[in-house]
Design a protein around this ligand. Structure first.
Ligand code: E4P
Length: 215
């Protein structure tokens, strides 16, 4: 399973990249706002800065919600860097835009997916990635991981190549369960990735080895 980091924070992206386990980055308008990135030229420059820090795909989201607007914005984003993936919302014009970019050989990430039917449409349009938001489903008492399982089965039934990018990941068990079920990618906050390192028996075992090494 690929690990993407879900942030626009350059220091966190660099930390994950330096660990050697990072396969890509996802951003969204809320994550960009959290870093205080304002104005079109600053936003575009920040995407380039992210691309220059990593070796994998970087999702950059369009703001337009009409077909023509999404095409114009998406083409400008794709022109920024070869690693940019155009992130497009799961709406009717978004599906049309994904189809357009797929035919042009531009990678896409269909975002805001909350049902298996939406995932099926994204795959039929040829999306490179499709992002079910598992944490936000859990927040409304709906099993986000069960949705990943359902989509995995549907995609495998028909050999769809769209990659299941588990998003809205909140904690390490989400990552482990996504890997067990067969998600292609999990995009995670840095805290969830580093939490995978932790085990008290590792800490106590290492302390013992270091103490014994001094004997
Ligand atoms: C990623 O593509 C999504 O934008 C992100 O994972 C959403 O996460 P959140 O539900 O924590 O905002």
């Amino acid at each position: 399973m690929k690990f993407f980091i879900d942030t626009a924070n350059l220091a966190q992206i660099k930390e994950a990249q330096d660990m050697g386990v990072l396969d890509g980055v996802t951003t969204n308008p809320s994550l960009m706002a959290k870093e205080g990135i304002k104005g079109q030229s600053n936003i575009l420059k920040h995407y380039v800065d992210i691309c220059n820090l990593v070796t994998g795909d970087v999702s950059a989201e369009v703001i337009a919600t009409d077909y023509e607007g999404m095409i114009k914005e998406g083409e400008a984003l794709a022109d920024l860097h070869e690693r940019i993936v155009v992130k497009i919302p799961m709406i009717k014009d978004g599906i049309k835009a994904i189809k357009y970019f797929t035919e042009k050989g531009i990678k896409t990430n269909c975002t805001l997916v909350f049902s298996a039917g939406q995932a099926l449409l994204a795959a039929k349009a040829g999306a490179t990635y499709m992002s079910p938001f598992i944490g936000r489903l859990d927040d409304v008492s709906t099993d986000g991981l069960r949705l990943i399982e359902d989509i995995r089965q549907i995609y495998d039934n028909y050999g769809f190549e769209t990659q299941i990018l588990a998003a809205s990941v909140r904690h390490p068990m989400h990552i482990i369960e996504c890997a067990r079920i067969g998600a292609d990618v999990a995009t995670c906050p840095l805290s969830a990735i580093t939490a995978l390192l932790k085990h008290p028996l590792t800490d106590s075992g290492l302390a013992q080895f270091l103490a014994d090494a001094k004997k």
